[in-house]
Design a protein around this ligand. Structure first.
Ligand code: NAI
Ligand SMILES: O=C(O)C1=N[C@H](C(=O)O)C[C@H](O)C1
Length: 252
């Protein structure tokens, strides 16, 4: 257990990136946290251990995040991970590393925004009632990956809810004249990725059935929207060994 009077010592990986900078500001402003390490690409990870970090927050890139998590777990340092790219196979590998370090916690969340979390929950709830479901994610043009982690997670939630309700494939008689015209297929749910200047992070989930549609939309208008969720996860992870996926359980 962490002494509640001692600030949590936090290091940030990807500290010079768009999200990393915002996390450094938020941690610095939190009374119960101390920013002890800011690690960018090319910096030595051991600086974070030398600085006594108890929690590392990772907003780097899908191709480096697994090495970071592996290193941190090996060092016995807890992690809060916002970086995308987490497939079930990757999560299983993290569980494997953690099984050798019973006191260490890792929280991986595809989206730390409260509105985004609710949007995903609402979508999962609606999924069983509609024949059709499609996801449109919209992001800033510097985003490296598509589709977004949030869209992938939402698609899997919808697919699981449909399967549980005994729903078959979504109706779709269209033949694709150009590959990609109907978007990506994630577990039978079509996902469309839009990139445009002026956007930050947005998602619509479109459901349809006889004579009606339901659209659930979330907009992150500023990266500060993710910070309450990130700080919540930092506070939680020091007393939460093992792997936690998403921060839904922490909100209540
Ligand atoms: N879970 C969530 O709520 C959110 C997740 N994201 C995800 O976070 C990730 C980062 O997004 P942005 O900040 O927009 O990207 P960015 O490209 O602005 O920042 C990434 C930073 O990581 C650095 N970096 C690369 N390799 C590194 C390494 N080995 N060690 C330390 N730093 C390293 C880069 O130099 C860069 O400064 C993406 O995967 C994005 O999808 C973004 C927003 C919210
Ligand atoms: O890169 C981003 O910006 C975002 N990435 C995350 C994702 O891929 O889902 C979360 C949010 O959409 C912003």
């Amino acid at each position: 257990m962490t002494d509640a009077r001692e600030p949590i010592r936090v290091g940030v990986l990807g500290a010079r990136g768009r999200m990393g900078l915002e996390v450094c500001k938020a941690v610095d402003a939190a009374d119960d946290m101390e920013l002890v390490a800011m690690i960018g690409g090319g910096d030595w990870l051991f600086n974070a251990a030398d600085a006594g970090a108890q929690v590392l927050v990772d907003f780097t890139k899908p191709d480096v995040v697994m090495d970071n998590v592996h290193w941190a777990v090996d060092q016995g340092i807890n992690m809060v991970v916002g970086t995308t790219g987490f497939t079930e196979k990757r999560l299983e590998r993290v569980r494997g590393w953690l099984s050798h370090k019973p006191g260490v916690g890792v929280i991986v969340a595809p989206n730390f925004g409260i509105g985004a979390i609710l949007m995903m929950q609402f979508a999962a709830r609606a999924a069983r009632y509609f024949e059709s479901a499609e996801i449109i994610e919209l992001h800033h043009p510097r985003k490296l990956d598509a589709p977004s982690g949030t869209a992938g997670h939402t698609a899997r939630l919808i697919a699981a809810a449909r399967a549980e309700a005994g729903r078959g494939p979504v109706p779709d008689a269209t033949s694709e004249e150009l590959p990609g015209a109907r978007g990506a297929d994630i577990d039978g749910v079509r996902v469309h990725a839009v990139r445009s200047a002026g956007l930050i992070a947005h998602q619509e989930v479109l459901f349809g059935t006889q004579g009606e549609t339901l659209t659930i939309r979330h907009d992150s208008l500023d990266r500060s929207s993710f910070m309450p969720g990130v700080l919540l996860a930092v506070r939680a992870v020091v007393d939460r060994p093992g792997l936690t996926v998403g921060i839904d359980d922490l909100l209540d």
